[in-house]
Design a protein around this ligand. Structure first.
Ligand code: NI
Length: 211
């Protein structure tokens, strides 16, 4: 009886060990695949520095009744922020900080596009965004579109957003609080964090305009 019990325990251990080995192998494989994808995005090795696959094509409605597409931004560096006008703190703070940064850039600010893309297109119509953006630097462009268009551009920037019910038929949105920096070639050039140091933010934008 004891021998059988011991044997059973041994077999269970072996089973567990086999599972651990298999899992480790799988994780190793996944890591190898991930590294491979990161190192060689398109097969042929690129001599230039590797670019991170963030950002993508879009065509959205602007707060002033026009449209803006990635093609319109060719050759122009830009900063993108995802948010919504009903946001209690993160969005107004970020838009205020970006307004301040545009001020700090002086004349160079005219070469930088700052885009505020809503993740709440249901409420954020162009008219609504226009009214909201009056509180900030007039060079900031509000963008909205269909839910599909917004989901697509957010996905291309790896920006997260989620509708969160707050009761009383109301809702708020959780969203990524990063400002994405894109160079004139439409390539990802870094991020600015929420409430990042003012000088650091300005330096990043100056570097972006120089790149
Ligand atoms: Ni927000």
């Amino acid at each position: 009886m004891t021998a059988i019990a011991a044997m059973a325990t041994k077999m269970r251990r072996r089973g567990l060990l086999a599972a651990i080995v298999a899992l480790s192998a799988l994780l190793g494989l996944l890591l190898a695949v991930t590294i491979h994808v990161l190192v060689s995005p398109q097969g042929a090795p690129e001599p230039a520095q590797a670019t991170v696959d963030i950002g993508g094509p879009f065509e959205l409605a602007t707060h002033d009744g026009g449209t803006l597409s990635n093609a319109d931004l060719a050759g122009e560096p830009f900063a993108v922020f995802f948010g919504f006008t009903n946001c209690p703190d993160v969005c107004p703070t970020t838009l205020w900080e970006m307004s301040e940064a545009l001020d700090g850039l002086g004349e160079d600010a005219d070469r930088l596009r700052v885009l505020f893309i809503t993740v709440d297109p249901e409420r954020d119509t162009p008219e609504f965004m226009a009214r909201y953006l009056q509180s900030f630097d007039p060079r900031i462009v509000g963008l909205t579109g269909s839910e599909e268009e917004i989901a697509e551009i957010a996905r291309s920037y790896r920006a997260y957003f989620e509708k969160v019910p707050t009761g009383d038929d109301d809702y708020t949105m959780n969203h990524t609080a990063l400002v994405f920096l894109m160079n004139g070639r439409g390539e990802f050039a870094g991020t600015i964090a929420y409430e990042e140091d003012q000088q650091s933010r300005l330096t990043k934008l100056q570097n972006l305009l120089r790149s």
